[in-house]
Design a protein around this ligand. Structure first.
Ligand code: SAM
Length: 236
């Protein structure tokens, strides 16, 4: 991981200190919440406007963050990812959220779509720490946030559904993901910002005839709308 120096950036240090001091114990009564109630509380806590200095967290990491999707967009994407019969959420489903940020897509997958297991990987370690803190504090099991570059952390062999809000991912990372997925026999669906043409150029093998395009996915704050593509592996 390449780190940038920002000289005496005390604001960023202050944010990291706050994240490191977050309490770990679950909330009272959290284990009795319905998934809907837990998701409501998780999302209230993850509202980025309430996390002081949230945008500063990525400043020491050489990555673009590009923002977050609104909850309605996340619901559209996850519905798209789970609509094919082999992608319905079953007991062996594992959603991998590459670039999981502060974890909202991961929590939506776990609590609203019922994925039994979700793994988020995020290079900006304080963001992964916030997400894990929220999971621990709300007693959300089956979800885990790993801090680090996905190239180092790796793609879990059991991953079935891969979500990558890949806006801003460098070409080398996309090419690495293509190589990893080509060697991975378990993935059933990939949701991504990169177009099928870009994935083709990166060398990913996928089923050309089945790609779905999701449009009008709106972002928190900016009101920007992106498209995402749902890709399936070639027939095995
Ligand atoms: C567009 S944001 C998506 C945030 C969140 N998943 C969402 O959908 O709201 C992309 C995230 O990918 C992370 N990222 C970029 N390169 C990465 C890498 N090599 N390994 C892990 N995370 C990475 C960034 O730090 C950023 O948080």
């Amino acid at each position: 991981m390449v780190r940038r120096s920002h000289g005496s950036d005390v604001s960023r240090d202050a944010v990291v200190a706050v994240v490191e001091a977050l309490p770990r114990e679950p909330l009272e009564g959290a284990d009795e919440w319905t998934p809907e109630e837990a998701l409501k509380r998780v999302n209230a806590m993850l509202d980025s406007s309430r996390i002081q200095g949230y945008q500063l967290l990525s400043r020491d990491y050489d990555v673009g963050t590009a923002g977050e999707y609104r909850l309605s967009a996340l619901a559209t994407i996850l519905a798209g990812m789970t609509q094919a019969p082999e992608c319905a959420v079953g007991p062996d489903a594992l959603l991998l959220d590459i670039g999981s940020g502060i974890g909202r897509p991961s929590f939506t997958a776990r609590l609203k779509f019922g994925f039994p297991r979700v793994i988020g990987v995020e290079i900006v370690a304080p963001q992964a720490a916030i997400a894990q803190w929220v999971a621990d504090r709300h007693g959300v099991d089956g979800i885990e946030f790993r801090a680090g570059d996905v190239k180092t952390v790796g793609i879990p062999p059991a991953a079935t559904h891969v979500y990558a809000f890949s806006q801003g991912f460098p070409a080398a990372l996309v090419a690495w993901l293509a190589t990893q997925l080509n060697a991975h026999t378990g993935w059933r669906v990939l949701a991504t910002c990169h177009t099928p043409k870009q994935w083709d150029e990166a060398g990913l093998l996928f089923d050309d005839d089945r790609t779905i395009t999701l449009t009008g996915l709106s972002m928190v704050g900016s009101g920007c709308r992106y498209a995402m593509y749902v890709l399936y592996p070639p027939p095995r």
